[in-house]
Design a protein around this ligand. Structure first.
Ligand code: ATP
Ligand code: MG
Length: 259
């Protein structure tokens, strides 16, 4: 008999340790499991359908509902580069934040590393909305998975992560769209999310700190000997450095595009 458990590839932190069995996903339990599971239960309780349900836990595993669809992975495939994909991802993030807003974060221990203090509010954000953590049905983003880094955050911070991946804020030689199109897509993300005018330039300001926070996390794990992160960092570090330089060179363009 064939094994029933099918490996779900695409992740880095838990490479080779995420499996699907029927409608269930078995993965290493979130590092801040009590908080993360209370949060996922809250999302389910307020009727948000775009996150997995906690079914149960067993030893060091969490068993979650499988969300139908497919995750994207960088470099983004054609279906993930469409306007539908872009706008639906921003819309999904907005619905997620609206659902998150009623959850009281203070009584829980959240995972480290925390996002930088200036981007922490009473809102619990996802903090890792990279393409591999978004589920699509066709070209439409329908689900968010992998809440391992969820914790006190802000709309601005999650939007900065989303925009880096989906504009995307890459150097010309690495980017699937022209520079003008990338800036337009950045504007479109903020429009589709419905971010108030007062906060829009803050997202442009958050892009570089968000980039640095993310790759610091990757480098720290790689240096600590995590083989998945080591391999990932080796593959992406040149592109990452070019993206960082592009963000610095286009700071004023990004601020203008936010308005
Ligand atoms: N609940 C779910 N529903 C549908 N697919 C899932 C679910 N959980 C995981 N997957 C699939 O498994 C892949 C890896 O899962 P996951 O994101 O949990 O791994 P990870 O190694 O922790 O990721 P990361 O590198 O983002 O930390 C995802 O990209 C997705 O394709
Ligand atoms: Mg993941």
């Amino acid at each position: 008999m064939e094994p029933r458990a099918v490996e779900l590839a695409g992740g880095v932190a838990n490479t080779g340790r995420v499996y699907r069995v029927g409608g269930l996903v078995y993965r290493p339990a979130a590092p801040a499991r009590p908080a993360t599971h209370a949060f996922l239960r809250h999302l389910a309780g307020v009727g948000f359908t775009g996150s997995p349900r906690v079914v149960h836990t067993c030893g060091d595993l969490e068993i979650l509902s499988w969300l139908p669809g497919r995750a994207a992975r960088a470099p983004l495939p054609d279906w993930a580069l469409t306007e539908t994909a872009l706008l639906s991802a921003a819309g999904l993030l907005r619905r997620f934040h609206d659902a998150s807003a009623g959850f009281a974060p203070d009584e829980w221990e959240w995972p480290v590393p925390r996002v930088p203090q200036q981007y922490r509010t009473h809102l619990i954000g996802h903090n890792d909305v990279h393409p591999g953590n978004l589920i699509f049905v066709g070209e439409r983003a329908t689900g968010l998975i992998d809440f391992d880094l969820a914790g006190p955050s802000s709309a601005v911070w999650d939007l900065a992560t989303l925009a880096r991946a989906w504009a995307p804020t890459l150097a010309d030689e690495d980017a699937p769209h022209s520079e003008a199109a990338r800036l337009d897509r950045f504007t479109a993300i903020l429009d589709a999310y419905g971010l108030p005018a007062a906060d829009r330039t803050e997202v442009a300001e958050a892009l570089l700190p968000n980039h640095d926070w993310t790759y610091q996390l990757v480098r720290t794990a790689a240096r600590a000997g995590h083989s998945g992160f080591r391999e990932y960092w080796r593959a992406v570090s040149p592109r990452t450095e070019r993206a960082r330089n592009w963000l610095i060179a286009h700071h004023a363009d990004l601020r203008a595009a936010a308005c």
